[in-house]
Design a protein around this ligand. Structure first.
Ligand SMILES: [Zn+2]
Length: 204
């Protein structure tokens, strides 16, 4: 499995293009389609995973889905976030209207998307529609876990209590590497320390 990271022009969010054999899975959709296409040449794009519905992570998802004729997977609450311009945080106050290519996931579940086995871990707190995706032993954490920090809990739809529950849940999960929605990747032990710090902070 090869993971390509694209740093986008929307708040420097990360879009990941994951290659495995001749298939590709995309995590988040903040990068322009042309940038993504430079990594998908001659490969079949089997799906798009959204870590949550904020604009910087989902802006181009419908463009990708149309270009690659593949579904978009997102938390069942993502449409509520994306239909609400105050919760979507679009750069021009826009909102998302078209969910025809979405396949909504419910609580923690497993998805088989082409040759990719994906564990979906619902992770409410930063937003009600956050999902972390575990593929092999790699965790795509969106805006839940950063290299040194966690996602903001002061936004529309954020909830500190839920974030604490999410951190407790993620603390019990095994992984080798975390790829975050912004910034650099992190490894298991430093990330465990990071989680511990913010569990204490949120429990105050
Ligand atoms: Zn976000």
């Amino acid at each position: 499995m090869k993971i390509n990271r694209i740093i986008t022009n929307i708040y420097d969010s990360n879009t990941f293009v994951i290659e495995k054999d001749d298939e590709v899975l995309i995590v988040d959709a903040g990068a322009e389609l042309e940038k993504v296409k430079s990594f998908t040449l001659n490969k079949k794009v089997v799906g798009i995973l959204l870590t949550h519905g904020h604009y910087d992570h989902s802006a181009y998802c419908n463009e990708y889905a149309e270009e690659f004729s593949c579904p978009i997977f997102a938390h069942e609450k993502a449409s509520d976030t994306m239909k609400n311009k105050n919760a979507f945080y679009g750069d021009n106050g826009q909102k998302m209207e078209d969910f025809s290519r979405f396949q909504f996931t419910q609580q923690d579940c497993f998805l088989q998307i082409g040759g990719f086995n994906v564990q979906c871990i619902t992770a409410e707190g930063h937003s009600p529609c956050c999902v972390c995706y575990k593929i092999d032993n790699i965790l795509f954490a969106g805006d839940v876990l950063f290299e040194n920090g966690i996602g903001r809990t002061d936004l529309v739809g954020s909830n500190k209590k839920s974030m604490l529950s999410t951190l407790i849940k993620l603390d019990a999960i095994n992984f080798d590497i975390v790829y975050s929605g912004h910034g650099e990747q992190s490894t298991f032990l430093p990330q465990k320390k990071n989680i511990a710090i913010f569990k204490r902070f949120l429990a105050r």
